[in-house]
Write a protein that binds this ligand. Sequence first.
Ligand SMILES: [Zn+2]
Length: 387
Amino acid sequence: MNQFINATVFTGEEWLSNASVRIDNGRIQEISTAETSTESSDPTVIDLNGDYLLPGFVDLQLYGGSSQFLNDQPTPETVRHIYDSHVRNGTTTLLPTIHSTSLDIMQQSMAAVQVVRKENPLGVPGIHIEGPYFNPIKRGAHSMAYVRTPADGELETLFGTNADVIRILTLAPEILTPEQFNTIKRLKHANTLLSLGHSNATYQQATAAFNDGMPLATHLYNAMRGYESREPGVVGAVFDHPTVRASIIADSYHCNPTTIRIAYRLLGERLFLISDALFANPPRHTFELGQFIVHFEPDANGPGRYVNNEGNLAGSAITLIDCVRIAVEQAGIPLTNALRMASVIPAEIIGLGDHIGKIKAGYAANLVRTTNSLETKGVWASGEKIA
Ligand SMILES: [Zn+2]
């Protein structure tokens, strides 16, 4: 058992000052703002001296940890490494993500994530498969060698084993035949959410897909048809739709802060943060990514970025708490809302909103201690001290 005292708690809904939080058996037992008369010498009592205590962050798209990423080494060790790298900064739940690759690597990655999911079901609840069924015009940093339409029998093989581990599948609906799209909807597990991304769909095509079983859109603005006067595009379809939810990369580079703020004003709680991290905590200098060589470019005014030899951005170099800070400081999103976009909302999206994403009795004791400028000072995952 542990008890945190003198905390400034964000529950996921409201802020409580001078609060105490009691955890036991990996779960949150009680949150209280009553005066505590606990002996300060009690080793199970942790005095936070007014620091923030936040719900652990939930990142639905990231590719690697500090030194390995899933496409390269699709093993359970890599998945554990990715989790260990991000959890140190407070991301207590994440979906390891693979970018466009062969069917064989996709299946190996799914099997690897399935192993770790069984060990740590609330830490690594599944995989995000990003591609390969993309529009080549919007492939971004994905390798042309892998971007494709499904071959005969490919979808049956993909969903034949470990289909339940796929939490998100990003695809461009306009490159599929209606039969292929229906096959995906029929074969996928109920847990799997289809997300529209790397797509050149028109407003009409995107809206039709959102109304036909695609509840999400992947990294708003990036690698999708933009918003134009006579063709509102995918971006316009996201803005205009009543329910579709979109992720956004607030890393200082993928989106101008003003475009993030505009999206937030239009979408409100339909917008959520992802890190899109390639290698993070710390970033890696140079590496191969499919057919590309990618370099890390440091930046005195930001966290630095990855650029490939075609000049395209290739993932980010940060973890989700950095996106929260950038969303607040650069885009002007209120802290309460930015925190929800990195915890409550993504937890709800993947169907775990009753277990993670809030500081509430009965929830997993996934907690992040930070200063009031969001510098991480401590992390607990299922009650266990990580950092
Ligand atoms: Zn992408």
